[in-house]
Ligand binder design. Structure first.
Ligand SMILES: C[S@@+](CC[C@H](N)C(=O)[O-])C[C@H]1O[C@@H](n2cnc3c(N)ncnc32)[C@H](O)[C@@H]1O
Length: 411
């Protein structure tokens, strides 16, 4: 589509929404009922149309799509549908449906991934909607798009396989894979590491092979580590941040890296042996179930890992559990800035590549607070575009995710 749409949520009694739906012969009686969400879409040439959805159990019914007079025939219907699907992606719904009496709308649905469904076989939650049971004519065509979200174990396996390959490739060639959380191997690894916020001193200090260029920021920069502290690094990879943290906490302190990928752990341990780092250890484990005792750490750090977790609220609960009272979390990770288009949201390479699994700033702040943290701050780094644009060249992923510094304290 040529013209980017601006989108704003509107109230169900918005006069423009009600008048436009009524003029198009679409139902308006139930707009104010719970679980409905409506949006107005505009482009540079003015208001384009309205659309929304209603929640129906674990499914969603798209509805109220109207393209205004004078705006039809320009591809806006498709653009609006794609926006709705992107907005709903990753929201946990099992399938998206819509009802239409228009063959053109059904054809549009097919172009955006929907298929015609048998009304009699629609789930009970869809059959119970007022659109299905009365407001739309009984001959309306039902269209469906199954979501079948990736199961948590599938996501974990995908991520473990990818980082196992990255570690193996790094051991074999001294470099690593082509895509991110970008492994910027080769001659520009140092440049990419500088873009993440590391200093020349950091680059020189870590053992060879520890920096695989897999981060998206520098958690050390916000962690204010002090001598004697116990630090836990979630998803420690080949150990880059652990070795840097070990310098800061000194011989009285300790750093524990946790990673679920055997090959990555082996690489980190090999690097540790090379460096003779006595105050660093690496443990095999999932960050959702940390192999650490309650109240045993002063600081939890992590670099571009939590977005890869299939259960992010649980990661923050675990971080809270292992921290001592007054302990802090200092994380670099990607945050989602705009809904990904369906072709990017569903790309497994972008899920394991630290793009499609990113959560919004509001979600992260909410999960930290729910876990019990206070002084929650998520600061988005606008300058991370330069780093992120190379993760999937040509996909414009830098328009959808940005690196952020995530900080909070256990009271
Ligand atoms: C993008 S890399 C980042 C590595 C490291 N933090 C760095 O900056 O170099 C992600 C790492 O997190 C690990 N990882 C991903 N999800 C994990 C999980 N749920 N539990 C434990 N480790 C995980 C992967 O095995 C991989 O080593």
């Amino acid at each position: 589509m040529s013209e980017a749409l601006q989108v704003a949520e509107v109230r169900p009694d918005d006069p423009g929404l009600v008048a436009s739906l009524a003029a198009a012969g679409l139902p308006v009686d139930d707009l104010a009922e719970p679980g409905r969400h409506f949006f107005v879409f505009s482009s540079g040439i003015g208001k384009v149309g309205y659309a929304g959805w209603e929640e129906a159990g674990d499914a969603v019914l798209l509805r109220s799509l109207v393209v205004l007079d004078g705006m039809r025939g320009r591809g806006f219907g498709r653009q609006i549908t794609e926006w709705l699907l992107a907005r709903l992606a990753g929201a946990g719904n099992s399938a998206v449906y819509f009802l239409t009496t228009s063959a053109a709308a059904a054809a549009l649905g097919e172009r955006t991934g929907f298929a015609r469904a048998d009304r009699a076989l629609a789930p009970a939650s869809i059959q119970a909607t007022r659109q299905f049971s009365g407001l739309c004519p009984s001959n309306a065509i039902l269209m469906t798009l199954r979501r079948d979200p990736m199961q948590p174990n599938e996501m974990r396996d995908l991520v473990r396989t990818k980082y196992g390959e990255v570690a193996t490739q790094a051991s074999a060639s001294g470099c690593c894979g082509p895509t991110g959380c970008d492994c910027g191997g080769g001659k520009d690894l140092a440049d990419k590491t500088r873009l993440m916020g590391y200093s020349e001193d950091d680059l020189a200090a870590a053992p060879d092979g520890a920096n695989l260029g897999l981060g998206c920021g520098n958690p050390q920069a916000i962690a204010s580590l002090k001598p004697g502290e116990v630090v836990v690094d979630l998803g420690s990879g080949a150990g880059f941040d652990c070795f840097l943290a070990a310098r800061q906490v000194g011989p009285q302190g300790r750093v524990i890296g946790v990673d679920m990928t055997h090959e990555m752990l082996a690489k980190a341990r090999e690097n540790s042996a090379k460096a003779g780092a006595a105050n660093v250890e690496f443990r095999l484990g999932e960050i959702e179930h940390l192999p650490l005792a309650d109240g045993s750490a002063d600081v939890v750090i992590s670099n571009c890992v939590i977005n890869l977790s299939p259960d992010k609220p649980q990661v923050f609960r675990e971080a809270f559990r292992v921290l001592k009272k007054g302990g802090r979390i200092a994380v670099s990770d990607v945050v989602n800035m705009a809904p990904l288009p369906p072709h990017l949201a569903g790309d497994p390479g972008l899920l394991s590549g630290c793009v499609a699994g990113a959560s919004t700033r509001a979600e992260i702040e909410g999960w930290l607070r729910e876990a019990g943290f206070v002084d929650v701050a998520v600061s988005v780094k606008a300058q991370s575009r330069d780093l992120i644009k190379d993760w999937a060249p040509g996909s414009r992923v830098e328009d959808y995710v940005a690196s952020a510094a995530i900080e909070a304290r256990k009271p």
